[in-house]
Design a protein around this ligand. Structure first.
Ligand code: HXC
Ligand code: NAP
Length: 277
């Protein structure tokens, strides 16, 4: 048993990351690459996947990339099969994909709401359902990337709140069903993370970013690598008895309400092109 996370050997670990071509998930991929893991990433855009694969390889990563839309079971099933053929059984399976835009419920069509639920919630079911057969059993760790929207109601985020709250409960259900075969399932709840698409959409100006940062109990935005560190922990034997959990990496944001972020999002909504109301 390793004494420290830094003693953990990830060289035999195949990590599959849905939505791994950008942002937080690519940051997570970089952290696993630094620890020697074999990586597979997928997302819809082949160009983004190729660019991410190149970046990871430039840093010495052993990485396979393929394009797939998690909303289409056949596509994600095939991506997982190809990844397992190339890199072997999957030890860590991460559902990190998401969609988000600011919209009041009354400014959103049924398809707008459904699109986000399909990507974040139904897509994660597809990733874990199709991935199960390829998991190392016992010993695999499944991780979903959730959000503070799973816990607090955020304005103009009904679709994301519903999807991420559902995602947390999906993961608890899977944790319960898969514990007997040695598969753990947890979520990570990132707070506002610097330099990401999510922040660009929810806090698009420097002023708004500062406002959000000051509103976190730790008074700063998080880093992608800090989410990566939490994923390393949940993937390692250091968390062998941890399942059905929700690990915040949020500087304390989920300890507070959503009012500060809501204030910022109202401003962001009235000032950006996302506003279709
Ligand atoms: C109202 C909108 C809208 C908007 C799209 N729609 N944008 N409705 N306001 N701003 C509606 C469309 O009109 C359409 O409905 C439906 O949503 C689907 O839109 P498409 O463009 O056809 O969908 P698609 O190409 O599948 O793209 C999905 C997407 C897009 C979610 C709309 O933004 C995307 O690909 N996002 C992925 C990247 C992303 O969002 N990253 C941020 C994750 S951050 P109709 O009725 O017209 O057909 C996150 C948490 C952040 O999740 C937390 C920070 C603290
Ligand atoms: P991002 O860069 O836009 O990441 C989302 C990824 O998902 C992209 O690589 C995207 O690539 C992929 N994706 C979207 N729809 C997909 C689909 N249908 N099938 C497959 N892949 C799909 O955004 P981010 O801000 O880093 O967010 C990453 C994760 O962190 C999300 O789960 C988000 O909810 C969560 N989060 C973010 C923050 C934050 O501060 N940014 C805070 C809390 C939680 P393609 O376009 O190529 O498909």
């Amino acid at each position: 048993m390793p004494a420290l996370l830094s003693d953990t050997d990830f060289r035999d670990t195949h990590v599959f990351i849905a939505g791994g071509s950008s942002g937080i998930n690519l940051g997570v991929a970089h952290r696993f690459a630094e620890f020697g893991a074999k990586l597979s990433i997928c997302s819809r855009s082949a160009e983004r996947v190729e660019a991410a694969v190149r970046k990871l390889q430039d840093h010495g990563g052993d990485v396979f990339g393929t394009s797939a839309d998690v909303r289409d079971y056949t596509q994600i099933d095939q991506a997982l099969q190809e990844a397992a053929t190339r890199n072997g059984p999957i030890k860590t399976l991460i559902a990190g994909q998401a969609g988000n835009f600011l919209a009041p419920a009354l400014g959103m069509s049924a398809n707008g709401f459904k699109t986000v639920v399909d990507i974040d919630l139904n897509g994660s079911f597809n990733v874990f359902r199709a991935g199960f057969d390829h998991l190392v059993k016992p010993g695999a760790s499944c991780i979903a990337i959730s959000a503070p929207q799973a816990i607090h109601a955020y304005t103009f985020q009904t679709h994301v709140c519903a999807a991420k709250a559902g995602l947390d409960m999906l993961c608890r259900g899977l944790a319960l069903e898969w514990a007997p075969v040695g598969v753990r399932v947890n979520t990570i709840i990132p707070g506002p993370i610097e330099g990401t698409e999510g922040m660009k959409r929810l806090a698009p100006t420097e002023e708004m970013k500062k406002h959000v940062a000051k509103g976190t109990p730790m008074q700063r935005l998080g880093q992608k690598s800090e989410v990566g560190d939490a994923a390393l922990f949940l993937a390692s034997p250091m968390s062998a008895y941890v399942t059905g959990g929700n690990l915040p990496v949020d500087g304390g944001v989920t300890l507070t309400g959503a009012s500060r972020m809501n204030e910022g999002m109202r401003q962001a909504f009235s000032s950006t092109s996302q506003n279709r109301a």
